[in-house]
Structures are given as structure tokens and as C-alpha cells.
Design a protein around this ligand. Structure first.
Ligand code: ATP
Length: 275
């Protein structure tokens, strides 16, 4: 097979230093309505405490985007991050990835960590499936056998092994997302930060990507994932969830608790429109 590992990753590697703890600044007090329901004895794979972030608009106004965000994702689990449009989900994911510096709060994340973008065309760079997955391995100084083994195991995990020789441009959006996830797995990523992966996908591709992420987080792989989504129906595939509103994490916990919480809110909201 023609594998050509390159010098950089096709998916985006989080820029934090290696190691699991990155102290950004002192934690601030928690929002009084925030409830952390998850409990586990293992140290979290992803953790944020009192995270705040403001941006300066083009008119020079300081706009608080993240006002108080705290979350904790246990290792080896898939968690979802939900909330209304513009509440700050993608911004929080970028802070966790280290792409944006918070103005206050602490962020901890297991390394290596990879960020997979919403648009599948923004993250596949090589001409064939297998060369794309191998691309990020160039910097790791691996033997060709090791590269082959990592590429085939990662493609197998996302059920794309039979597509190894396929030209990238012949893949669907969901298949490209799965190739990007395989790239992250090949690099032995411990954390996947996934930004609205299924927004542009039909139901068939959506299920393929969900399955690929679930397989990636399967027992023994030691991979954790945080997935930003709008789709409430995806919640049932998660191990836990976090709900945000207006720059704040409001509640986090098991899927049924969060699902009930969101549905209750929706019922109250739509109740206002009943004639
Ligand atoms: N650099 C910036 N300048 C001005 N406003 C910003 C900037 N970055 C984020 N915002 C604003 O902050 C808010 C949160 O944005 P973000 O994209 O994180 O929300 P989101 O919950 O992911 O939204 P969506 O669900 O629509 O994708 C939005 O109102 C957005 O317009």
C-alpha cells in the first residue's frame, strides 16, 4: 500500500502542552444554578472550572461570550454539549482545545487531543483515504509497519477499512468525518472534541458518524469525546450531557436527567405560543 505520512495532522491537534493538566488561571465562583451531577472516582478526561471568555467586537465593545462554564467529562465516555443557538458551545469547545484563551477559569484536558470540525471538507487533505489517515503520523517517527497497523486499526474502528484506496473526493460528508476521526485515532488521541459533526449530514451518514464515535470511545481504547450538537435525538447515544444557556453551563449529568430537563424547558417555551 502507498502510505505517505506527512508532517502535520489532517484533523486539528489541540495546542495545549502535553500532559493532562493545563492551569489557565484561578477558578472563579460557580454559577449558583449550576449542578454537577456526574460522579466518578477516576480523574476527568476533560474539565473546566469557572471558565469565562470575552471578545472585543469590531466597534471596540467587550462582549462576554462565556460567563461561567464548569464541566467534567469522565475518561472513556462520550458526552454531548447542548444549548440554544449562540449560547457559546463552540466557543467553549475551542477554549477546551486551547485555540482560545479564557479570561478566567481553569481548563484540564487529557493529551493528545484532537478537534474535528463541522465541515468535513475542512479536514481531509490527502488524495486517498489511507494516505489521509497516515498524514498526521509523519511527525511521530514510526516504522512503516507501525504506520500500516495504526491506519488499518483506526479505519476499522470507524468501519472505513474497505475504503482504504478510495479517492477522498468520492466520499460522502459523513464518510469524510469518519476518515477525520480515524486520523485522530491513528495519532492515539485521548480526547476527541467534535463540533457539530452531523449538521450537514443526512440520517444515514449521521448514524455512520455516531457509530464511528461510539466505536472510538469503546472500552479499552481510553478515548473520551465531547460532542457539540443541536440534535436532541443524538443524546441517547451519549454517556452523559451538559446543557448551556447564555454563556453558562446550567446542568450536567446522565442522559435521562438532561433529556428531561431540556424537554421540560421546551414544553414551557412552546406553551407560551399555545392559543
Ligand atoms: N469573535 C467574536 N466576535 C463577536 N461575537 C462573537 C465572537 N465569537 C463568538 N461570538 C458570539 O458569541 C456567541 C456564542 O457563539 P458560539 O458560536 O460559541 O455559540 P454556539 O452555541 O456554538 O452557537 P450555534 O449553536 O449557533 O453554533 C454568539 O452570539 C456569537 O455571535
Amino acid at each position: 500500500m502507498a502510505l505517505a505520512p506527512g508532517g502535520a495532522s489532517a484533523i486539528c491537534r489541540c495546542p495545549h502542552d502535553a500532559g493532562r493538566a493545563t492551569l489557565v488561571s484561578r477558578p472563579r465562583h460557580r454559577h449558583r444554578h449550576h449542578r454537577v451531577l456526574a460522579s466518578t472516582s477516576a480523574p476527568p478526561a476533560i474539565e473546566g472550572r469557572g471558565v469565562q471568555l470575552s471578545v472585543t467586537t469590531r466597534r471596540g465593545r467587550i462582549l462576554p461570550v462565556l460567563k461561567d462554564c464548569s464541566l467534567s467529562v469522565p475518561p472513556g465516555q462520550l458526552w454531548m454539549l447542548l444549548g440554544p443557538n449562540g449560547c457559546g458551545k463552540s466557543t467553549l469547545l475551542k477554549v477546551l482545545a486551547g485555540f482560545l484563551n479564557p479570561s478566567a477559569g481553569t481548563v484540564y484536558i487529557n493529551k493528545p487531543c484532537s478537534y474535528v470540525f463541522q465541515n468535513p471538507d475542512h479536514q481531509v487533505v490527502m488524495p486517498t483515504v489511507e494516505s489521509d489517515v497516515a498524514f498526521g503520523l509523519g511527525k511521530l517517527n514510526l516504522s512503516l509497519d507501525e504506520v500500516r497497523s495504526r491506519v488499518s486499526q483506526s479505519l476499522d474502528a470507524v468501519e472505513m477499512l474497505s475504503y482504504s484506496q478510495r479517492p477522498i473526493q468520492t466520499l460522502s460528508g459523513g464518510q469524510k468525518q469518519r476518515v477525520a476521526i480515524a486520523g485522530a485515532l491513528a495519532e492515539a488521541s485521548k480526547v476527541l472534541l467534535l463540533d457539530e459533526l452531523t449538521t450537514f449530514l443526512d440520517e444515514y451518514d449521521q448514524m455512520g458518524v455516531i457509530k464511528a464515535v461510539r466505536n472510538s470511545v469503546a472500552a479499552g481504547r481510553e478515548v473520551s469525546a465531547l460532542w457539540v450538537t443541536h440534535r436532541l435525538e443524538e443524546l441517547k447515544f451519549a454517556d452523559g450531557a451538559i446543557y448551556m444557556e447564555d454563556g453558562r453551563t446550567i446542568i450536567q449529568g446522565d442522559v435521562s436527567t438532561i433529556s428531561k430537563y431540556i424537554k421540560k424547558k421546551q414544553a414551557r417555551y412552546f406553551g407560551h405560543f399555545e392559543l
